[in-house]
Design a protein around this ligand. Sequence first.
Ligand SMILES: Cc1ncc(COP(=O)(O)O)c(C=O)c1O
Length: 385
Amino acid sequence: MRTSERYRALPGYPLAGMKEVRRRIEAAGVDVIDLGTGDAQLAPPPAAVERLREVAGDPEYSRYGFQAGLPAFRETIAAWMHRRFGVEVDPVAEVLPLIGSKEGIAHLPFALVGPGDAAIMPDPGYQAYFGGVTFAGGDPHPVRLGPQHDFLIPLGDVPEGVAARTRILYLNYPNNPTAAVAPDAYYREAIDFCARREAILAHDHAYSEIAFDGYRPRSVLELDGSRELAVEFHSFSKTYNMTGWRLGWAVGGRHIIAALAKVKTFIDTGQYLGLQAAGVAALESWESWVPGNVATFQTRRDAAVAGFREAGFDVTAPKATIYLWIPVPGNEPSEDFARRALEQEGVIVMPGSALGKGGEGYFRVALTVPENRLVEAAARLGRLS
Ligand SMILES: Cc1ncc(COP(=O)(O)O)c(C=O)c1O
């Protein structure tokens, strides 16, 4: 088969063969603990499930949603943006339902970049930034995240030849995988950077609600100067344990939302309206239900941080997200460490290199299983070195 140049520019999957190893060792009776994918074994809000049940038989909800979607969904999102961040948005012109936030993140470049245009993105980082920009024919410019910059993209280090061509700056704080958070001053720097280059700031806010110890991530739309050049991507996946439902939204400058909606018109016909109705119920349960879910992750974080420290790892307690980002002991490549973790100890972790070259030297633990399993996994990994 002849593949396209853009397709061939995608990196290979670095964990090839791990599924087979897992099958083999599970068949041999090993109790595998999976901390690899950020997909918690927790239930969605009962109100969302109930609402989906109620509307599933209603033919009105079975028709095409198109990009407009369910009006109540957009209105509830706009009301929530106001309640949560104090940001006023027009539910029709400044909000767009998405089939999961990944979908919107990956489709945005189709409206904004072409050959010769650049997009800056974090490395390590979520694969949709690189994928979307590559498929659109743009030039992805991954920038390494490191502890010397608090895992913030050092915008001052971007070469002027790239900065001048930049059409999108992807940021993601709270960050997957490093769990870093960004102060207001950094967002201001990013807004200035974009304003000077006519670039769009695409803020991936998938972890906006999973924050600990009283920390409350802000929306980039709260900051002056952001309304014309920023779009923010929100997700039901982590906040409401609805990863498989595929529901999210984009919110931001109306010209950006209109452009993304136009791209999507040529690609999809909108998410199922019944799911959008369930999304309304989830958002309406935000005040009553989300704090309990966050408390579950905070308890897991505390147990995992203590467990990994006890096992000899150098762990920073994250302020947000469902991840620990831990240096690999010694100089072992992260993929070798992850392979040994599975083969020798039956623990699945994400090697940093699987999330970009800049992730080398680290591995990621997802807080997807209960405390006792996290502590058990830490103890097993401590035996590896
Ligand atoms: C940084 C980041 N952005 C976006 C997403 C995607 O969320 P969704 O399930 O809404 O597509 C994830 C999911 O893991 C993520 O980690």
